[in-house]
Ligand binder design. Structure first.
Ligand code: PLP
Length: 417
């Protein structure tokens, strides 16, 4: 008799995005006019075409596969040297951060990397997770059996939640009580758009070094940081090479959500302990994990990612980011003018705002759907600390972003009147 993984049964049935899809489908069936006006700002997927440099590289790489001399089969599981070198040079060494090419591990997505990292960490660890945050961290810990059941408010027993709120600007500080072994950090944050300052990140690194805590730093939205004083990588902080793994993605800078390419940085000094207390580097374990369970990201995709680092590629990525950042500014302005408390949208493609009139996140979601025909994301779907808040994604055309801003203003005016 095959036993299933009982931990999956602990996951909340109404996972955020399926529940959004269910409500949107029901609305579209009931209101065909509303359906025609519908604008989706719910899911954080990009909308604009790939940079031309990436398209050209995809075509050229595909042509290489057409002749025996240049054909490629399996590549190195950890990524082709040309891409690892381009990443280490451009994203790190050119910014004064010492990262070696072989500390970069190329993959087909940060979602998988954030989830798979648990393979090399012991189940005895106590994990801390920001709240609100990208739901993958909590859910993969549930799947791995690191938690008990969910409480009615959705919090899982056995995890430490790091609460973000308006008072701490949605940048939770390190915990002052209780022992944790591993902490996830996500800056710029999904969903709040908050970014830790250098001092705040330094506090986390100092805490991690003093308490022997491993930091899992998700920088998927790093490209959206406009303020030059904000850190883009945790390795900008002294000592982080000894306590942090960093995840990055080409999804939100190069628009690769459908192309699939990302990478994880595992510095060679980073260690964790075995059962008998011996310290061993995590680098070798992650290499072993990748070579055993992964067969590499497609050659043509890695060539496309490499093209993002050419001068043309960089300019095109900057234009894409500027497009979405422009949308974010319009949406942020509309929410602020309507009197909502607003975070994010300046160094991130997400606007995080308080639901008006004491409405819950889902109540305001329904109101936006039925009255403004706009799909937003309820903040409570990202953790209990997100209750009463909502996220608007700036991943859209300029026309749609402007229209959403107009409808939000109208709705809240009607509301006030
Ligand atoms: N990390 C965060 C914080 C995200 O919001 C997302 C996607 O929305 C990802 C990772 C996933 O990135 P990828 O497309 O590389 O899997």
């Amino acid at each position: 008799m095959a036993r299933l993984n009982d931990n999956y049964c602990k996951l909340k049935a109404g996972y955020l995005f399926p529940e959004i899809a269910r409500r949107v489908n029901a609305f579209c069936e009931a209101d065909p006019d509303g359906k025609a006006r519908l604008i989706r700002c719910g899911i954080g997927d990009v909308t604009e075409p790939l940079p031309p440099a990436a398209i050209a590289a995809l075509h050229a790489a595909a042509d290489e596969l057409a002749t025996r001399d240049t054909f490629r089969g399996y590549g190195p599981e950890q990524g082709y040297p040309f891409l690892r070198a381009a990443i280490a040079q451009n994203d790190y060494r050119d910014r004064g951060i010492e990262i070696a090419d072989d500390e970069i591990f190329v993959s087909d997505g940060s979602k998988c990397d954030c989830a798979n990292i648990l393979d090399i960490l012991g189940d005895q660890n106590h994990f801390a997770i920001p709240d609100p945050v990208y739901p993958v961290y909590a859910d993969t810990n549930v799947m791995a059996g690191h938690t008990g059941a969910a409480a009615p408010d959705g919090a899982f027993a056995g995890l430490t939640y790091l609460a973000g709120n308006a008072e701490n600007g949605f940048v939770p500080p390190p915990p002052t009580t209780g022992k944790i072994d591993v902490a996830y950090l996500c800056f710029p944050n999904n969903p709040t758009g908050a970014v830790a300052t250098r001092a705040q990140l330094a506090e986390w690194v100092a805490y991690a070094l003093a308490n022997d805590v491993l930091l899992l730093f998700d920088a998927a939205y790093e490209a959206y940081i406009q303020d030059p004083t904000l850190p883009r990588s945790i390795y900008e902080i002294e000592g982080a090479r000894r306590c942090a793994i960093e995840f990055r993605s080409f999804s939100k800078n190069g628009g690769f959500t459908g192309v699939r390419c990302a990478f994880t940085v595992v510095p060679k000094e980073l260690t964790a302990t075995t059962a008998d207390g011996t310290r061993l580097p995590l680098h070798g374990l992650w290499l072993r994990r990748m070579t055993t369970k992964f067969n590499g990201t497609a050659y043509i995709v890695q060539r496309a990612a490499e093209a993002l680092y050419t001068p043309q590629g960089k300019a095109q990525v900057a234009a894409l980011v500027a497009h979405y950042t422009g949308n974010a500014a319009i949406l942020r302005q509309a929410a602020a003018t309507a009197g909502l408390r607003v975070f994010g949208g300046e160094n991130a493609p997400y606007i995080w705002a308080s639901a008006p009139d004491g409405l819950s996140s889902w109540e305001f979601f329904d109101k936006m759907l039925t009255d403004a025909n706009v799909v937003i994301t309820p903040g409570s779907g990202f953790g209990r600390a997100g209750e009463g808040w909502f996220r608007i994604s700036a991943f859209n055309s300029r026309k749609n972003a402007t229209e959403v801003a107009r409808r939000l203003a109208d709705l809240l005016k009607t509301n006030a009147g």
